[in-house]
Design a protein around this ligand. Structure first.
Ligand code: LHQ
Length: 256
């Protein structure tokens, strides 16, 4: 089905999903929610896709909920049906997801970036925990991710004041992996994605381990590591890596 509000492209193992409502700084209306969820499912199913990039069209990354599109519905329905669905899809998809934060990420738009596995920010990008500014509470996983990423007190400061956090501040706090100059942003994102797309099948399990490791006990984590290591050791990629090592060459992973 052709999308109205999402650009979807797959090339060289990389799936790029671009939120495409630039005149609204890519704020979420129902169509964008539905198309974004559909696009994530499509990327998950496509065996040729080895990593996913999420970015925004125009000058913004995502301004969170489109405040003109809430209507009279109970907000809990919007949160449960849409936001919670794409957060879980981002976290459970066994492929690395890279947020390419090209511009402002506010409210649930910031949560979207935080739910991804890696975050690159343009130097002009901003994070804003905008919820409090409109009398709301953090959602889309912000209250889960923020304190885990930056600690309770800093997370409270961001959530209670809703101030702008620059890319350099975000980097210093551990809210992103890298800040790229505006002119180098696309190239940097492309290079990171290309590296991920050349990685082994095990990357998906690394993601699963770290996501579960945030919540479960050491004992459960050790057991999951044993289970995943067993599966990883039997992949074609692990066999290829051992052969490549013995042949003193770089491995060529196929994601299987
Ligand atoms: C927007 C939006 C927007 C509509 C920019 N909506 N038009 C979940 C479930 C249900 C209910 C509620 O919420 C949630 C979770 C949430 O995400 S709550 C948080 C919602 N987001 C916000 O409160 C952010 C609102 N936006 C802003 O504060 C500013 O636009 C930021 C700081 C993001 C960017 O500021 P500027 O760079 O100065 O751009 P701008 O304000 O001029 O925006 C450009 C246009 O985009 C403008 O339209 P216009 O027709 O005047 O050019 C804005 O109205 C529109 N826009 N965000 N969320």
């Amino acid at each position: 089905m052709p999308y109205e509000t999402v650009l979807y492209e797959v090339a060289s193992g990389i799936c790029s999903i671009t939120l495409n409502r630039p005149e609204k700084l890519n704020a979420f209306n129902d169509t964008l929610h539905k198309e974004f969820i559909d696009a994530l499912k499509k990327a998950e199913r496509d065996d040729t896709v080895r990593c996913v990039i999420i970015t925004g069209a125009g000058r913004g990354f995502c301004a969170g909920q489109d405040l003109e599109a809430v209507g009279n519905r109970p907000v809990a329905n919007i949160v449960r049906e849409f936001y919670n669905t794409w957060v879980m899809k981002l976290r459970t998809m066994e492929k690395p997801v890279l947020a390419a934060v090209n511009g402002v990420a506010a409210g649930a738009g910031a949560s979207l970036a935080l739910a991804c596995d890696l975050v690159i920010m343009s130097e002009k990008a901003l994070f804003i925990q905008a919820f409090v500014k409109v009398g709301l509470v953090p959602d889309s996983g912000a209250s889960y991710f923020l304190p885990r990423l930056i600690g309770y007190h800093k997370a409270m400061e961001l959530a209670l004041f809703g101030d702008k956090v620059t890319a350099q501040q975000a980097l210093a706090m551990g809210l992103c992996n890298w800040v790229a100059e505006e002119a180098a942003f696309s190239q940097t994102v492309g290079e990171w994605a290309a590296r991920l797309a050349r990685g082994p099948r095990a990357m998906g399990w690394i993601k699963r381990q770290f996501s579960r490791g945030l919540e479960q006990s050491l004992e459960e984590t050790l057991e999951l590591e044993a289970y995943d290591q067993d599966a990883a050791s039997r992949t074609a990629d692990a066999q290829e890596a051992i052969t490549a090592f013995l042949e003193k060459r770089e491995p060529r992973f196929t994601g299987r």
